[in-house]
Write a protein that binds this ligand. Structure first.
Ligand code: SF4
Length: 348
């Protein structure tokens, strides 16, 4: 059982983050925020696959103003991602953003930050202090390790916001380098109780990005660190949501839709187990039930795993035994494998 770090609760719109709330899964749109129709369409797709908080880029005033129109058509809370220009933060708050992401590396003028904090406080809009390795400011502080510098920068920003009597704070310390990210989060977790947003930034294409993110985010989650997460991938944002839930599911932190157990196949298998697993995986993409399905290649581990699942199959030569809730229901021929599994899943 994972013992979670005790963190302060904040609310991003209707989603509680920290304070023992379920670890929420976020993503970020890849559309031009000024294109309201395209952005809403992408967010709707993300809502459908379980995204709980969405972030949009706000590169200019037009994008900030588009937030109010986007917000009218979506259900999940929206975070405005702001860089360089504090006036965009003010415009995003006015437009109804549920939270802001500010990068302390590129908005450093205290008076400008104060204006943003005053407006955020008036509307109870939380601010994520989002430190990113790629945008660390030049400083003598760079002589210390990157993780320490990221923590230092975040804590300076925390102190600044607190000095303005503002505590609706969330912190992220993202780097591409997994050990640096882990080290930074471990350190800041000891220094503050503000909720932490986890991620490995610029993790890459899904094939490698999911692995980097799973290792980095997974280690932190297992240590009880983290209140919300985003898997950053050079891919469709719904892949980020899918990966986020898979990380949480693999640590038994959250349930979300089906889990597929499938054996890798080997010389013992006398059926196309990999093809069957792919077929059932495609089918499960549209299943919302929290179920466990097992596709196993032979009698070595097959019956055990199949019995343990809600629905399972232990394949043999030309035929397979179907299990449902631990009991054998029938034996089917290889041509019927996929259809029979789907029928049993539908009957649950
Ligand atoms: S379950 Fe059987 S076929 Fe699948 S990997 Fe194990 S031994 Fe091989």
């Amino acid at each position: 059982m994972i013992k979670r770090r005790i963190s302060k609760a904040i609310h991003i719109g209707g989603v509680k983050v920290g304070g023992g709330a379920p670890i929420s899964v976020q993503s970020m749109t890849k559309t031009d925020t000024r294109n309201v129709a395209a952005t809403v369409s992408q967010i709707k797709e993300l809502e459908e696959c379980g995204c709980e908080i969405i972030r949009v880029a706000v590169p200019d005033t037009e994008a900030a103003e588009a937030i109010s129109r986007i917000k009218k058509k979506i259900k999940i809370p929206l975070i405005a991602d702001i860089h360089f220009d504090y006036r965009l933060a003010l415009a995003a708050i006015k437009s109804g953003a549920d939270a802001l992401r500010l990068n302390p590396g590129n908005i450093r003028d205290k008076e400008q930050i104060k204006k943003v904090v005053t407006a955020a406080k008036a509307k109870q809009v939380p601010i994520r202090i989002g430190v990113n390795f790629g945008s660390l400011p030049p400083s003598s502080g760079r002589k210390i390790p990157a993780a320490d510098f990221m923590v230092k920068l975040a804590m300076e920003q925390v102190d600044l916001l607190e000095s303005m009597d503002f505590d609706l704070i969330k912190i992220a310390l993202k780097a591409f380098d997994v050990p640096t990210t882990i080290s930074a989060y471990r350190k800041i977790a000891k220094k503050t109780t503000y909720p932490l947003h986890l991620g490995i930034t610029e993790a890459g294409l899904p094939r490698t990005g999911v692995i980097r993110s799973s290792v980095g985010i997974g280690i932190l989650l297992y240590e009880g660190i983290g209140d919300t997460l985003r898997v950053s991938l050079s891919s469709q944002p719904k892949e980020e949501v899918f990966a986020g839930y898979e990380i949480l599911k693999s640590l038994d932190i959250r349930e979300h839709g089906p889990v597929l157990v499938s054996c890798p196949s080997c010389g013992r298998s006398e059926s196309d187990v990999v093809g069957l697993a792919q077929g059932i995986s495609n089918y499960l993409l549209n299943v919302k039930k929290t179920i466990k399905v097992a596709v196993m290649g032979c009698v070595v581990n097959g019956p055990g795993e199949a019995k343990d699942a809600d629905v399972g199959i232990a394949c043999g030569k030309g035929k397979g035994v179907i299990f449902k809730k631990g009991k054998i229901t029938r034996t089917v021929t290889e041509r019927e494998f996929l259809r029979s599994l789907i029928t049993e899943i539908e009957s649950l």
